[in-house]
Ligand binder design. Structure first.
Ligand code: 13P
Length: 257
C-alpha cells in the first residue's frame, strides 16, 4: 500500500504575511490524524516562517522548490541541501519544467542535484513530463523515459524509497487544462514500468507517483482514484488554503488502508 502524498508548490508566490494567513486557515481545515502525507514547498523566503508555524502541529512536511548540488561555496544566489536541512526541510522539488524551461536545467544537472539531495537525506520530488508538441507527436512516454533515465542515473535501488516522481505534462501546468484521469494513469503506469527497469519491480511498486498540472478540488477525486496516481503536486490551487484542503481530503478519501 502506497501512502498518498499531496504537495503544494507555491512557486514565486506568497509573502510572509500571506503565509501566516494561509496557515491559520489550513491548520484548522485539516485533521490531526491524516492518513496521507502533506508537503508545502513555499519560496525560500517563507521556509523559516513556515517551519516555525508547522513545528507544533506536525501535520505538514516542508519542501523546497530547488537547490544547488554543492554543499557550500561561491555560488551566488544558490541554496544548498545542508542549508535546507537546517530549516527542517524534508523534500526538495527537482527538475520542475519551469526550471528546465526558464533556467536551462538539463537532465545531467538535475541528476547531480538528485544525488546531492539524497546524500544529504533530503527526499526528492522529481518532476518529469512532455510538452504539447511532444504529446501531439505521440512521444510522451519516450520523453518521460529519457528524463527518468537521465535524472536518476547512479541512484541506488535502496534510495528509491526517498524519491517521489511527479508526472507533470507541461501543457497542463497553469493552463486550466488537466490531463484526463485516463491519460494520467496511462503515463503513470509507464513511469512505474521504467522504474521497474531501473530499480526492480518490488521497489517500483513502492515509489509514489504524483500527478501535477491544473489539479483543483473538482478534478482531484477522479485523478486520485486511479491505481497508479499516488498523489498530486499542486500549483495555483494550493495558494488557497480551503482549496488545498479540499484536495487533501480527496486524497484522504481515496487512500486505501
Ligand atoms: P498548476 O497546478 O498551477 O497547474 O501547477 C502545477 C505545477 O507546476 C506544480 O508543480
Amino acid at each position: 500500500m502506497r501512502r498518498k502524498i499531496v504537495a503544494a508548490n507555491w512557486k514565486m508566490n506568497m509573502s510572509l504575511y500571506e503565509t501566516e494567513n494561509f496557515w491559520k486557515v489550513f491548520d484548522t481545515e485539516i485533521s490531526e490524524s491524516t492518513n496521507i502525507e502533506i508537503v508545502i514547498a513555499p519560496p525560500f523566503t517563507a521556509l523559516y516562517k513556515l517551519s516555525e508555524l508547522t513545528a507544533k502541529s506536525q501535520k505538514v512536511r516542508l519542501g523546497a522548490q530547488n537547490m544547488h548540488f554543492e554543499k557550500s561555496g561561491a555560488y551566488t544566489g544558490e541554496i544548498s541541501a545542508t542549508m535546507l536541512r537546517e530549516l527542517f526541510v524534508r523534500y526538495v522539488i527537482l527538475g520542475h519544467s519551469e526550471r528546465r524551461q526558464h533556467f536551462g536545467e538539463t537532465n545531467e544537472l538535475i541528476n547531480k542535484k538528485v544525488l546531492a539531495a539524497l546524500a544529504s537525506q533530503l527526499r526528492v520530488i522529481l518532476c518529469v513530463g512532455e510538452t504539447l508538441a511532444e504529446r501531439e507527436a505521440g512521444k510522451e512516454k519516450e520523453v518521460v523515459e529519457k528524463q527518468l533515465r537521465g535524472c536518476l542515473k547512479g541512484v541506488k535501488p535502496e534510495q528509491f524509497d526517498d524519491i517521489v516522481i511527479a508526472y507533470e505534462p507541461v501543457w497542463a501546468i497553469g493552463t486550466g487544462r488537466n490531463a484526463t484521469p485516463e491519460q494520467a494513469q496511462d503515463c503513470h503506469s509507464a513511469v512505474r514500468e521504467f522504474l521497474s527497469e531501473l530499480a526492480g519491480k518490488e521497489i517500483a511498486q513502492r515509489v509514489r507517483i504524483q500527478y501535477g498540472g491544473s489539479v483543483n478540488p473538482s478534478n482531484a477525486p477522479q485523478l486520485l482514484e486511479k491505481p497508479d496516481i499516488d498523489g498530486a503536486l499542486v500549483g495555483g490551487a494550493s495558494l488557497d488554503p480551503r482549496n488545498f484542503a479540499l484536495i487533501v481530503r480527496a486524497a484522504e478519501s481515496t487512500q486505501s488502508s
